[in-house]
Unconditional design. Structure first.
Length: 370
C-alpha cells in the first residue's frame, strides 16, 4: 500500500513537471540557455542546441514518469529516474550555491521555485525514488529488466497502448507550443492581462532591495560585506586614502522586502535615445508592438510583411521592439532587454496587441501575417 502510493505520487510529480515544460518547450529552452551562459557553465556553443536538449529532457521526464505510473520496466524506469534526479540535483545545487540561475524552470511558469527550493525538491524526490527502488526490489524481474525487447506480455499490452497514446498526445502538445503558442499559457503575459493594472499593483507594493558591497582592506587583506547604508554612514570606507576598496563584480543586491510579484515589472520599453515609452504604450486605445529578441536572425522578408500589415491595423501606437536600435525599417524602433522580451515572446519576431493596456491578442509573426 505504502510503496504503491509513493510510486504514484512520484510518478505524478514527474508527469506534471514534464507537462508544464512540454506546453512551453521554447520557454524551457530559454532556461537551458541560461545554464550554458558564460557566467554559469560557460558553454555558449551549446546555446543553439537548447531547444532539442529541452525536448530530450522533457521526453525523459514524461515517458519515465508515465512508465512509473503504469509500473512498466520498473527496475529500468527507477534507475533512469534516479540518474535524472541526480543530474537535476547537480544543476539546482550549482545555481543555488553560486546564485547564477534564479529559477530552474522545473515546473515552467506554472510554479516558481527559488534555487534552494528546487534543490531541496530534487533531494526529496531522489530519496523517494531510492526508497521506492528498495521497496520494489523483490518485484524486479531478473531477466529483461534493462532491455528494450519488443516482446510484450499479454497482460501489459494495454499499458503499452496507454503509453503510446500518452506519448502521441504529449508530442502534439509540445509541437503546438514550438510552432505556435503554448496551448496553456502560464505566463504573466497571457491574453486578458491588464498591464496597466499590473503596473499599478507593482508601484503600490514594490519589492525593496539593498546593495551589499564587498570591501577589501588593501593593507590587511581583510574582506567585509557592508550594506549600502552603512557604507555611506562610515567615512572610513570611502574617505580619501582609505584602505578599503570595493571589489568589482562581487557586490550583491539582496531582497529586503518582497512586494507584488509579477514578470511585468520588467516591461520597460525605451526609444534608442533612452526615453521611456512604456506609459505611452499601455495608455494607448490600441497599441501594436512587434518584438524580436534575436533581430539578427529574423528574415528580412518576414519583417517586411509584418511591418506592412501592422501599419494597416489602425493602431494609435506602433513600435518595433528589439535589442538593436535599427531593426525595423518602416515603423518606430524601440528597445528592451533581451531576457525581458523572451518572457513575452516565444517566437522571433512576435506581435503583441494591447487595448488600453490590456493584452487582447498575441501571435508569432509568421501566424500574424497569414
Amino acid at each position: 500500500m505504502i510503496k504503491g502510493l509513493l510510486r504514484f505520487l512520484i510518478a505524478v510529480i514527474f508527469i506534471l513537471s514534464g507537462f508544464v515544460k512540454a506546453v512551453d518547450l521554447v520557454g524551457f529552452s530559454f532556461k537551458m540557455e541560461e545554464y550554458f551562459a558564460p557566467n554559469v557553465f560557460n558553454m555558449p556553443f551549446f546555446e543553439k542546441f537548447a531547444l532539442p536538449l529541452s525536448v530530450i529532457v522533457v521526453v525523459l521526464e514524461l515517458f519515465l514518469g508515465f512508465m512509473l505510473l503504469l509500473k512498466l520496466k520498473l527496475k529500468f524506469t527507477l534507475s533512469a529516474l534516479i540518474a535524472l534526479c541526480i543530474f537535476f540535483g547537480f544543476l539546482t545545487f550549482y545555481s543555488a550555491y553560486f546564485n547564477v540561475v534564479t529559477d530552474c524552470g522545473c515546473f515552467g511558469d506554472a510554479i516558481k521555485f527559488t534555487p534552494w527550493q528546487s534543490f531541496i525538491k530534487d533531494i526529496v524526490l531522489l530519496a523517494g525514488l531510492i526508497f521506492v527502488f528498495i521497496l520494489y526490489r523483490k518485484d524486479f524481474k531478473k531477466k529483461d529488466a534493462y532491455s528494450y525487447s519488443s516482446k510484450k506480455e499479454s497482460g501489459n499490452k494495454f499499458k503499452y497502448l496507454l503509453l503510446a497514446v500518452f506519448s502521441i498526445g504529449m508530442i502534439l502538445v509540445g509541437a503546438h507550443g514550438i510552432v505556435h503558442e503554448p496551448l496553456i499559457d502560464f505566463r504573466d503575459y497571457k491574453i486578458g492581462t491588464d498591464l496597466k493594472a499590473e503596473k499599478a499593483k507593482i508601484n503600490k507594493n514594490p519589492s525593496e532591495y539593498k546593495t551589499f558591497y564587498s570591501l577589501k582592506n588593501s593593507k590587511t587583506g581583510e574582506v567585509l560585506k557592508v550594506n549600502q547604508d552603512d557604507y555611506i554612514k562610515k567615512t572610513e570606507y570611502w574617505a580619501e586614502n582609505s584602505p578599503w576598496k570595493i571589489e568589482e563584480g562581487k557586490n550583491e543586491s539582496v531582497l529586503i522586502k518582497e512586494g507584488y510579484k509579477s514578470e511585468i515589472v520588467k516591461f520597460k520599453i525605451e526609444d534608442p535615445t533612452g526615453l521611456e515609452l512604456t506609459e505611452e504604450i499601455i495608455n494607448a486605445p490600441k497599441a501594436i508592438v512587434v518584438f524580436s529578441y534575436h533581430p539578427q536572425d529574423v528574415s528580412p522578408e518576414l519583417l517586411k510583411q509584418v511591418e506592412a500589415k501592422v501599419k494597416t491595423q489602425g493602431a494609435n501606437v506602433v513600435y518595433g521592439v528589439s535589442t538593436l536600435p535599427n531593426t525595423f525599417k518602416t515603423i518606430k524602433n524601440a528597445m528592451m532587454d533581451g531576457t525581458a522580451i523572451k518572457t513575452i515572446a516565444r517566437s522571433n519576431p512576435f506581435v503583441l496587441i494591447l487595448q488600453n493596456g490590456k493584452i487582447i491578442d498575441k501571435q508569432p509573426a509568421k501566424d500574424y501575417v497569414k
